[in-house]
Design a binder for this molecule. Structure first.
Ligand SMILES: Cc1ncc(COP(=O)(O)O)c(C=O)c1O
Length: 450
């Protein structure tokens, strides 16, 4: 990588600490500087074009360079660039967006609380759950269960929900009130001779055993993504959700569906909640909510959550929570326009049309000897790589594949040795083929080099 002393690459590592990178390695290699984007493509500062096979971070649903979003932001900037939603004040865009999300919600929801990232939405959910338990006179009901390999963010509380070792190591996490149950990944978690259906039922039994061991009266909520994303794109086995949900109901445990990736079309329905017939009490939304043109997230809560919280805020005199940027008018205006585009262009219908090609080409990667499993649904998927020479260094094969993809003009994301694909929802059939042509060729080269 070119590293002239004054280049953007050199200045980047001189001044910026990056997320999810080995800082020492990055000091040596520099960074890839992305300059612009159009549709499913981005371009780096040298003019090289890439298919953005991850839609940024699973998020740019309507693609790059969407003028309607630029114009929506500019209009709102001119009219009212900022106002807040603290105390008894509010503004049009936040009201409209809250109303829209309640209308769109796949199960009855009552109120929307706006935040600025998926992590903050989940963090706020935890705080409101604790507040509610106190309001209900159940101060012991504070423990929260999420799943190994789940991803829910990086704040102290949401990183605790996240069930990935690298989000805990050296951060002194997880918090003691946050517990993790079995990940629904059949291939790695099954016992000898266990069928997929038996495994799904065992996941529910593991959850119930944990609840009973901890004391059901101490468990407040269960957090889960309908399909796990950053944990490696784990699609739950058939029967999983049908087995898990009754356990939550049995012990009066709130269900929080983290729809930060699944929300707004990714799985072929507007929400993952519909794809799996879920009945959450709370939902967290972000990413495709604004196609990440602006940072915004939302927490939806139903009446059983809202009512005690409202009572408690009345008893105390205030709900002592809020972010300066909650419901930011520019972000809300962009989100509203983005949702309009998703609906007008029927991007959910489009995902259903394109998904068969996407899933067929994804499955085709398994012809490469390095690929031990492919998994996916809708327009999200992953190919898991394995080679005996790399089995002692998890992530090294993923890094090699990532570099080969990048070299050949495709941006993917290596989650250890699982290569993820999650392109903008506007991708066409032909572009899906282009994406997987590059992936296939790149993996062949990696396999040949071993
Ligand atoms: C399912 C899920 N929840 C929460 C988050 C955290 O969102 P953010 O990075 O905006 O804090 C992510 C981010 O990838 C996510 O995939």
């Amino acid at each position: 990588m070119a590293q002239l002393p004054n280049s953007l690459e050199a200045r980047d590592v001189a001044f910026q600490l990056h997320s999810y990178a080995d800082a020492r390695k990055q000091e040596q290699t520099g960074s890839l500087v992305i300059d612009k984007g159009e549709g499913i493509y981005v371009e780096d500062v040298s003019g090289k074009r890439y298919i953005e096979g991850m839609a940024g971070l699973w998020s740019v649903a309507v693609g790059f360079g969407e003028k309607r979003l630029v114009e929506a932001a500019a209009r709102q900037m001119e009219k009212l660039p900022y106002y807040h939603t603290f105390t008894f004040k509010t503004h049009g865009p936040s009201i409209e967006l809250a109303e829209k999300l309640i209308e769109m919600a796949p199960v009855p929801m009552s109120k929307v609380y706006f935040t600025n990232s998926g992590s903050e939405a989940n963090d706020t959910a935890i705080k409101l759950i604790w507040y509610r338990s106190n309001a209900l006179g159940q101060p012991e009901r504070k423990k929260i269960i999420s799943r190994m390999r789940g991803y829910h963010g990086v704040t102290v509380a949401s990183a605790s929900l996240t069930g990935l070792p690298n989000n805990h190591k050296s951060f002194d996490l997880p918090l003691p009130q946050i517990l993790h149950t079995t990940s629904p990944h059949y291939r790695t978690m099954k016992k000898d001779g266990e069928s997929e259906a038996e495994f799904a039922r065992r996941c529910a039994r593991d959850l119930e055993d944990l609840i009973l061991a901890e004391g059901p009266e101490t468990i407040a909520a269960f957090f889960a993504e309908p399909v796990m994303g950053a944990g490696g794109v784990v699609v739950p086995p058939d029967g999983y959700w049908q087995a898990v949900q009754p356990v939550l109901k049995k012990y009066g445990i709130l269900f929080v569906a983290d729809e930060v990736i699944c929300g707004f079309g990714r799985t072929g329905n507007m929400f993952g909640t519909e794809t799996y017939n879920l009945q959450p009490d709370m939902m967290t939304l972000s990413k495709a909510l604004s196609s990440s043109y602006q940072p915004i997230s939302a927490l939806l809560i139903n009446d059983t959550v809202y009512e005690p919280i409202a009572d408690e805020s009345h008893r105390i005199g205030v709900l002592g929570h809020g972010y300066t940027g909650s419901g930011h008018p520019v972000a809300a205006a962009v989100a509203l326009e983005n949702l309009k585009i998703i609906e007008e262009r029927d991007l959910v219908g489009h995902v259903r049309e394109i998904a068969p090609t996407f899933q067929k080409r994804l499955a085709g990667l398994a012809d490469n000897p390095l690929v031990v499993e492919t998994r996916g649904i809708g327009l999200i998927g992953a190919a898991e790589l394995h080679h005996p020479a790399h089995s002692d260094t998890p992530g090294s094969l993923g890094a090699a594949a990532n570099a080969a993809f990048q070299e050949n003009g495709l941006i993917s994301r290596a989650m250890l040795d699982a290569m993820a694909f999650c392109p903008p929802l506007i991708i066409t059939d032909g572009q899906v083929n282009d994406l997987f042509d590059i992936a296939e060729e790149s993996l062949k080269k990696v396999a040949a080099s071993l």
